[in-house]
Design a protein around this ligand. Structure first.
Ligand code: ATP
Ligand code: MG
Length: 461
């Protein structure tokens, strides 16, 4: 990621110098201005991620600068530097849109923390602006622009206009039902009904009458005529979800419907023509299901004319920021939090996780985080424990959140912390390989010589 840029504004050369050095140590690029006008001119010409300005300056003071920036639609966060005596005007400044204020004399730690937090928020704000535009380029209800999803959209487009049966496969929560609805909506049948049936949720003895309907008195309890789902879907699309959960005798009856395009209600021998498009889904491997005997082979061949495979989330992690933005906007609005943001650290954790429950699991995690955050910046502490990889704060670039900083041991230097981690990795690899250095070196992707050296360096027995 590119270096972030900070503008320092102060009429005292000394303070400017001190802040400049501090910011450079934090890995930030800096520019300085000695008064409000100069700062305003710079901010119009160049783009900054943060502006640190003295509150009291001759001419245009910090507050006037803030107003002037906002009047010009420059939304860069502004932090005010202020002496103890002027806290009141600092508070006033916060109300007029300053990000925060820092009291003089500076506490270096506190200054660094405030700056880090402001920069993280700013980065997220910019990403969100970008993402909002991107989402509008999504496709129907689908969010995702990865190559894997583009391929899904293409397949849906290709198959939708025809009457071809479609088999949708994919792990749980990957959007199979969404895809089935998309096929229906993009088809000439869109004015008629989309009728979904979850074969796993309906008891076996009711499924047949659900699908085919029945006439009054055809079995005990059948007190009225009843239209089945096949008839309901006439002219439209029927979606049979979890097809491998359908009992085999029912699968045989379904096959007949697919071949003859006619049904009989239970208790009636009148044949009714049905004009339906059939889409089925399963989260199993269909060939394996045939092999295991949970899917009839003849039915499989009938429905396997055109297959759409939904990719798991971990195969399209580049879509995660978009999905996050989408669900935060959705749940934020429901909870009355207008602009929910997520920290970079938290986003990284989400991109590292394997998501066995796919989009549904991601949505649940974000809904929970939105509630826990109470409208504040969503951070790793709002995510379930198993999502937050223990090595994250060390392995990822600088700018940890405030929460993570305090979770790190204060007394260690960076070098010491890295060495501790390195030692722990080496010990683990050696334990896993029963002390075999050649194998451990391969696990760690080190040369044997390097491993040998490090074992000696850390005094590992
Ligand atoms: N690409 C996507 N963009 C936005 N939302 C999605 C996407 N994929 C899935 N979802 C949402 O995730 C949830 C699960 O999707 P859906 O019910 O279609 O999955 P499924 O594959 O049918 O899952 P299961 O196998 O458990 O039935 C739904 O709320 C759906 O709206
Ligand atoms: Mg489903």
């Amino acid at each position: 990621m590119s270096q972030q840029r900070v503008l320092v504004v102060d009429d005292e050369a000394n303070t400017r110098r001190v802040l400049e050095i501090m910011l450079q140590k934090m890995g930030l690029a800096t520019r300085v201005a000695s008064n409000g006008q100069e700062a305003l001119a710079l901010a119009q010409r160049e783009s900054f991620d943060l502006i640190l300005t003295d509150l009291r300056m001759p001419g245009m003071d910090g507050l006037a600068l803030l107003d002037a920036l906002r009047a010009q639609k420059i939304e860069t966060p502004v932090i005010l530097l202020t002496a103890y005596g002027t806290v009141e005007s600092a508070v006033h400044a916060m109300k007029s849109g300053a990000y925060d204020y820092i009291l003089r004399p500076f506490d270096v730690e506190a200054v660094e923390r405030t700056i880090t937090r402001a920069l993280t928020t700013e980065r997220t704000r910019r990403e969100n602006l970008f993402l909002r535009e991107e989402i509008e380029k999504g496709w129907g209800e689908f969010v995702g622009r990865s190559a894997a999803m583009q391929q899904v959209y293409d397949l849906i487009h290709q198959v939708a206009p025809s009457n071809t049966n479609v088999l949708i496969t994919g792990e749980t929560g990957t959007g199979k039902e969404l895809a089935a609805r998309a096929i229906h909506r993009a088809s000439p049948r869109k004015k008629a009904l989309f009728v979904p049936i979850n074969c796993a949720a309906i008891p076996d003895d009711i499924l047949e009458s659900e699908l085919f309907g029945h006439t009054r008195g055809s079995f005990t309890g059948a007190s009225h005529d009843r239209v089945g789902k096949f008839e309901m879907a006439h002219g439209g699309t029927i979606f049979l979800d979890e097809i491998t959960e359908m009992p085999l005798p029912m699968q045989a009856k379904l096959l007949r419907v697919l071949q003859e395009r006619e049904i009989e209600r239970l208790g009636s021998n009148r044949r009714v023509p049905v004009d339906i498009r059939v889409v089925v889904a399963t989260n199993r491997n269909p060939q394996q299901a045939v092999h295991d005997g949970t899917l009839r082979e003849d039915l499989f061949y009938r429905i396997n004319v055109f297959t759409v495979e939904m990719p798991p989330v971990r195969a399209r992690i580049e879509d995660i920021p978009l999905l996050v933005q989408h669900f935060l906007a959705h749940h934020g609005t429901k909870l009355g939090y207008e602009h929910l943001h997520i920290s970079e650290q938290a986003l990284q954790s989400l991109q590292r996780y394997a998501w066995p429950g796919n989009v549904r699991e991601l949505e649940n995690v974000l809904e929970r985080a939105a509630v826990l955050s109470r409208g504040q910046l969503i951070d790793t502490m709002h995510l379930p424990q198993e999502l937050v990889a223990p090595v994250a704060p060390v392995a990822s670039p600088a700018r940890p959140s405030v929460a993570e900083r305090s979770a790190l041991p204060e007394s260690l230097s960076l070098t010491q912390a890295i060495e501790q981690l390195e030692r722990a990795f080496i010990v683990r690899a050696l334990t896993q390989t029963d002390g075999n250095k050649a194998k451990a070196a391969r696990v760690l992707d080190l040369s044997e010589r390097t491993l040998w050296y490090k074992v000696k360096k850390y005094g590992i027995a």
